[in-house]
Design a protein around this ligand. Structure first.
Ligand code: ATP
Ligand code: MG
Length: 572
């Protein structure tokens, strides 16, 4: 491939509309061009990268035994009505009408369509298990399309759907897909984590999200430094700390006329924030369904977790208490609240960490005062104890192995054991060994093919541009030609080298655009080519090529044989 005959159009200025680095670099390198909100054209350069990702995904899905199909992007309304999702899917569903006024939607996913395919194609348990996949365009009318192709409205997804006679078979395929995803992201050269996900409202028996780790990620992930445990921060369990120390201080009032937050009180008393307790006033329901005032306690340096709170009895639909409710039950204003001396008896829920504290500081339920030296059992009855906080870095891993770190992640894949939700709703049956019709169990498995491109850049860039992992680079090697017009031998040598590399299976491009070396090198760095070889008159006279890896500080001079040896060894 010659760059002079390729359409490469990089930009000098960093586009102002882009917030995150991948979006900036994709625009600057000319990989994508915006058509409208959340809609992008992939340029020849961008498409090369997208296709490389697609190829790895396809190869690994095929290797795993999944079978490729291609379903339409336009889906009839009736199918979505069978599962009740025509209404339930919400605003993300782009609904359209044809000339006969029949309702359709643009595919945001394909459970309905594939289940319809399956109910027509599958008749017997002998055809199971089977896993159909496609790599196809999806459309979701995202409320806030942003970050370029990271959260687009139209994007490329690999979606797979498996069908099984029993749970064991579903679990086997789930594991197979989990392992396949791990292989895909490893081959693509990405740092990733499989994150345990909450199957929650959707139902289903198991779910994992695959996240590429990057600071700009939308999700916070807690992961162990010693095992493969990883979970969304909101879902990770905070283990109970060790045993509570013995009480050593007497109870005492502290005047805190202006100190309302734990930070302010800790600063006044010159104690660590972890010796203070935050009181959060909530309204839930008691056993009879009557409104109940609840005081939730977390350590001053911790934060309460709304999802965990809502899982506790009586707090399913909790809300924060109003100032008036607080005054009625506690007799004080926010900023001075605590579990001691409340105006009325209250339900107190202590986080596990709070239950293990001694000699702590809480609000006094008297404006302008806190109380120090508070101890469970002595000054207060033993509380109701629950895990109600977010884990923090340094907490022990819930699987008992290692310490948790917190990282940000970008969801690039999702595996989900669906059960018979769709097969039942859509009356998809196969005959089992006894000749009885049964609804097959299903799994679904998605990968955001186009999002991977952006996520990879978030993880692999420097101040001069993208640093592609080998498997995703538009080309692995750029053969840069200095002054191509001056000396036909130099051009011939560069062409010969490029051809030899491509023959050896190393995807190489010849930069014969005749740019000044500075501008040419800047372009190759911006578009992230992992290996650069410079062919010049001077080098040729000395029998050498100047080689530099994208991440190396210095270039080195290599003869033809050493160069080929070097480049054939390093790529995967
Ligand atoms: P998110 O929480 O990021 O919206 P999702 O849970 O809606 O993702 P799935 O329905 O599991 O996503 O879709 C499978 C994959 O498709 C996701 O893991 C993600 O990589 C990709 N994807 C989803 N929405 C978008 C989008 N708007 N733009 C690009 N890729 C997307
Ligand atoms: Mg979504």
């Amino acid at each position: 491939m010659r760059l002079s005959r390729f359409h490469l159009r990089t930009e000098k200025e960093t586009p102002a509309e882009a917030e995150i680095i991948s979006h900036k670099l994709m625009l600057k390198s000319g990989m994508i061009r915006k058509l409208a909100a959340g809609l992008y054209t992939w340029s020849p350069l961008g498409l090369r990268v997208l296709r490389k990702v697609e190829r790895v995904v396809r190869e690994e899905m095929n290797r795993a035994g999944a079978i490729e199909i291609l379903m339409p992007t336009i889906q009839p309304q009736e199918l979505w009505q069978e599962t009740g999702r025509w209404e339930k899917f919400g605003g993300q569903l782009l609904k359209i009408r044809d000339r006969k006024e029949a309702g359709y939607c643009y595919a945001p996913t394909a459970e309905e369509v594939v289940t319809d395919f399956a109910r027509n194609e599958l008749a017997s348990y002998k055809q199971l298990p089977v896993n159909f996949y496609q790599i196809q365009t999806k459309f979701r009318d995202e409320i806030r399309p942003r970050f370029g192709v990271m959260r687009a409205r139209e994007f490329l997804m690999k979606d797979a759907y498996s069908f099984h006679l029993d749970e064991t078979s579903l679990q086997t395929e789930y594991r197979n897909m989990y392992d396949t995803y791990s292989r895909i992201f490893t081959r693509l050269g990405l740092k990733f984590r499989a994150v345990f996900a909450d199957t929650g409202a959707i139902g289903g028996s198991a779910s994992h999200e695959f996240h590429v780790l990057a600071d700009s990620g939308e999700d916070a992930i807690a992961f162990s430094d010693a095992s493969d445990y990883a979970a969304n921060v909101e879902l990770a369990e905070a283990l109970a700390p060790g045993t509570r120390p013995a009480a050593s201080q007497a109870l005492r009032d502290i005047a805190t006329p202006t100190q309302k937050t734990c930070e302010e009180v800790a600063a006044l008393l010159q104690i660590p924030l972890s010796h203070t307790v935050k009181s959060i006033a909530l309204m839930g329901e008691d056993n009879e369904g009557a409104p109940q005032f609840v005081l939730a306690l977390v350590r001053g340096d911790h934060s309460a977790n709304e999802i965990k709170l809502a899982k506790l009895p009586g707090l399913g639909d909790y809300r924060l208490a109003s100032e008036e409710e607080i005054r009625t039950h506690l007799g004080a204003s926010p900023g001075f609240l605590g579990p001691l001396n409340s105006a009325q008896p209250i339900r107190v829920i202590a986080d596990r960490a709070v239950a293990a504290m001694a000699d702590f500081v809480v609000g006094a339920n008297r404006d302008g005062f806190h109380i120090a030296g508070v101890n469970w059992g002595r000054d207060l009855p033993e509380p109701e104890v629950a895990d109600i906080r977010n884990v923090v870095a340094g907490d022990p891993s819930p699987d008992g192995q290692g310490i948790l770190g917190i990282a940000r992640g970008i969801e690039v894949g999702h595996v989900f054991a669906l059960g018979n939700k769709y097969s039942e709703a859509m009356n998809c049956t196969v005959l089992d060994a006894q000749g009885k019709p049964v609804n097959p169990l299903m799994g679904c498995y998605g990968i955001g093919v186009s999002r991977i491109v952006a996520a990879a850049i978030e993880q692999n860039h420097d101040e001069t541009g993208i640093c592609w992992p080998e498997a995703m680079a538009p080309w692995q090697v750029a053969v840069c030609l200095i002054n191509p017009k001056n000396n036909p031998d130099v051009l011939a040598a560069a062409e010969e080298l490029c051809e030899a590399l491509n023959k050896a299976g190393i995807d190489s491009v010849l930069d014969d655009r005749g740019l000044r070396p500075g501008a040419m090198f800047a372009d190759m760095e911006l578009i992230g080519i992992p290996h650069r070889v410079v062919v010049s008159e001077r080098g040729l006279a000395a029998g050498s090529f100047e080689y530099r890896h994208r991440s190396a500080a210095e270039a080195e001079n290599l003869d033809h044989a050493s160069l080929l040896a070097r480049l054939t060894v390093s790529p995967p």
